[in-house]
Design a binder for this molecule. Structure first.
Ligand code: UTP
Length: 300
């Protein structure tokens, strides 16, 4: 029986420079996908996957994140006074249960690995999940929930991976595997390989289940690519001590930390909503036609 994964870390202390100027005063994690902050989707994925306690790593200029997960007392009273009970009920239903979410500050944005290490005392000596809040992963079954199934059967560490175009490998943490009797095991990891040197086109796509021994490795980890303390570098050492299994996620992943991913996520999620799709669908068609006048006539 493997120890239960009860806690998850969501690192949200980065500067979000790719989304400037929006992120000058608004945390990137609170930018909205339709009418819901990105972070709400990620916290919901964690709880839907059986996580009992979420730890959000924040930093300077990220105070609004804590307020977002608080009970908005005045708002609740005012909404109910004006008969908007359905909205008030929805907000109350979305607020995590008392004590199920906590916050820790990463005083300096020294990299993803350092952000994870900042939460070590809250996690303690037990396995935990990591969800990157800018990676919105849409599928019928939450990505982390599928990873939990692998973990329950085999223990160890689990990484969500996806395939990218080979020419895009330099933007990601790239993974290689070896086959074993109990399924593939990760046997190589490299953060943002130089163009043309990536061993595969499988990238780590933003969800992890890790054993607590990684904290000791992060403590000694030297800065890597970009001068940041990289989680991928610590995983290279972890891989020599423990098994790391890949889970290939099949669904729609959006990197909401980049303008193109953010807009695509908004369009995708808006089109899932009947109340919006009716108005938005024809507009998208019209814009696509205007951008490419020959569209739709080619097959004829
Ligand atoms: P990213 O590299 O995507 O986020 O890190 P970033 O640094 O905010 O974005 P850019 O590159 O400047 O546009 C992945 C996640 O790790 C968090 C980020 O907030 C993001 O959610 N992170 C990154 C931290 O919490 N601390 C850090 O020091 C770095």
């Amino acid at each position: 029986m493997h120890r239960k994964v009860r806690k998850a870390i969501i690192p949200a202390a980065g500067f979000g420079t790719r989304m400037l100027p929006a992120t000058k005063s608004i945390p990137k994690e609170l930018l909205t996908i339709v009418d819901r902050p990105i972070l709400d989707h990620i916290v919901a994925e964690a709880f839907a996957s059986g996580i009992e306690h979420v730890v959000i790593v924040t930093g300077r200029m990220k105070g609004a994140i804590e307020d977002h997960f608080d009970h908005a007392f005045e708002l609740d009273v005012s909404l109910r006074k004006s008969g908007k009970n359905a909205i008030a009920d929805r907000l109350a239903g979305d607020t995590p249960g008392v004590g199920s979410i906590s916050f820790i500050r990463q005083q300096e944005a020294k990299g993803l690995g350092h952000a994870i290490w900042s939460a070590r005392h809250i996690i303690g000596d037990e396995p935990f999940a990591v969800l990157l809040p800018d990676m919105l992963m849409v599928s019928e079954r939450p990505c982390l929930d599928s990873m939990m199934e692998i973990y329950r059967a085999q223990g160890g560490n689990v990484l969500a991976v996806e395939r990218c175009k080979p020419e895009e490998a330099q933007k990601f943490g790239i993974v290689s595997f070896k086959p074993t009797a109990s399924g593939p095991l990760v046997n190589g990891l490299i953060e943002k390989p130089k163009p043309g040197t990536a061993p595969t086109n499988f990238f780590i796509s933003g969800r992890y289940i890790l054993q607590p021994e990684v904290f000791g490795l992060l403590e000694d980890q030297k800065p890597g690519v970009g001068g940041e303390i990289q989680l991928t570098d610590a995983l290279v050492s972890l891989m020599r001590m423990q098994e790391i299994r890949p889970f290939e996620f099949v669904g729609d992943t959006f990197d909401c930390g980049s303008p193109v991913g953010f807009v695509a996520a908004n369009l995708h999620m808006a089109m899932q909503r009947a109340d919006i799709a009716e108005a938005l669908g024809p507009l998208i068609e019209r814009l696509a036609d205007a951008a490419n006048p020959g569209r739709g006539t080619r097959a004829a």
